[in-house]
Design a protein around this ligand. Structure first.
Ligand SMILES: Cc1cc2nc3c(=O)[nH]c(=O)nc-3n(C[C@H](O)[C@H](O)[C@H](O)COP(=O)(O)OP(=O)(O)OC[C@H]3O[C@@H](n4cnc5c(N)ncnc54)[C@H](O)[C@@H]3O)c2cc1C
Length: 288
């Protein structure tokens, strides 16, 4: 299947990409790894007349530490996130999450910026980025701004990135030592996308009670979200006796998606079960 014809442009800097996007307006679209955009173009769900390829902008393809944060460029591939020593040491959940995205080819081409900007409701990264309190930097012709993960995902495939803007990096504070975490998903058997995916992170105080709990859920609703009712139900409590009751709140207030892969009821049940399992794993890994 071939996409409709388009003109291809290669940007060598963010400034040049922004200028091209401004020039082509509604007819222009960023191309990063192409593993979401090209399939959509082949299906005629997207028909941009101009593709602005940002794949050659080297400054967007690095992982660095700065000001006490780990900063991942928008063009960093899933494979590079999975294999980075810094990410493994300081943001282990993100590395775990990257490792279960799609297959080898997808992980070699797909980028963190592309995944977050695309905001497929079944994408894996959003759950982990929410649980890790990621901060997303967006650049436009008028300057740059930083959006917290909590405010980034707006609706189905809709984020804080506006047309003509580039997601340039995602910053994270390193996970506290002793924290327990994991990312677990129920895979859609053909694509590997998350029918439901849960990122859980918790830290324990000296008495062994939860003093920080983060639960990010993807796949359940139109947009990924932090399960704040689950977090509140665990805070200040010893995890083992409280996890099952807390996880029962995983789908509270969410209108679950329903499609040929899973009904709304099944997705809600998956969310509760995977939240319990993810929290149990996180608790088992946490050190008081
Ligand atoms: C067979 C297959 C299986 C997959 N399985 C999974 C899976 O299990 N889990 C999962 O999470 N994902 C999965 N994916 C999606 C994959 O992770 C994509 O790579 C990712 O969602 C998009 O990243 P990309 O770099 O390929 O973006 P592209 O496809 O190039 O772009 C996607 C969209 O984001 C925009 N965009 C890209 N980069 C930026 C930027 N820096 N700033 C602003 N806008 C930008 C583009 O204009 C486009 O609208 C799968 C894809 C395929 C083809």
């Amino acid at each position: 299947m071939f996409p409709a014809s388009f003109e291809y442009h290669r940007a060598s800097s963010v400034k040049e990409a922004l200028a091209m996007l401004q020039q082509y307006g509604e007819d222009g679209k960023i191309l990063a790894g192409g593993h979401s955009l090209i399939p959509m173009m082949k299906l005629r769900l997207a028909q941009p007349a101009h593709l602005v390829d940002i794949g050659g902008i080297r400054q967007l393809a690095s992982i660095r530490e700065e000001g006490g944060k780990v900063i991942i460029g928008g063009l960093v591939t899933h494979h590079a996130v999975e294999r980075s020593d810094v990410v493994r040491a300081k943001l282990g959940m993100l590395s775990e999450c990257a490792a279960v995205i799609g297959d080898t080819q997808v992980r070699n081409r797909g980028t963190i910026g592309g995944s977050l900007a695309h905001a497929d409701p079944a994408a894996d990264y959003p759950a982990a980025v929410l649980a890790l309190d990621g901060e997303i930097k967006i650049e436009g012709t008028g300057g740059s701004r930083v959006v917290k993960a909590d405010d980034f995902f707006i609706d189905l495939m809709t984020t804080a990135v506006q047309p003509g803007e580039v997601l340039t990096e995602v910053a994270f504070a390193p996970v506290a030592s002793g924290a327990g975490f994991t990312y677990l998903k129920h895979r859609q058997p053909a694509s590997g996308f998350a029918m439901v995916g849960v990122a859980a992170l918790l830290t324990l105080d000296k008495k062994g009670n939860c003093d920080r709990v983060r639960v990010g859920i993807t796949g359940l609703g139109a947009k990924p979200f932090r399960a704040k009712a689950v977090e509140a139900a665990l805070l200040g409590k010893a995890p083992a006796p409280a996890i099952a009751a807390a996880a029962a709140h995983a789908a509270d207030g969410i209108d679950p998606l329903s499609d040929i892969h899973a009904s709304a009821d099944f997705r809600a049940e998956l969310a509760r079960v995977y939240t319990r399992r993810a929290l149990e794993t996180a608790a088992a890994r946490a050190k008081a």
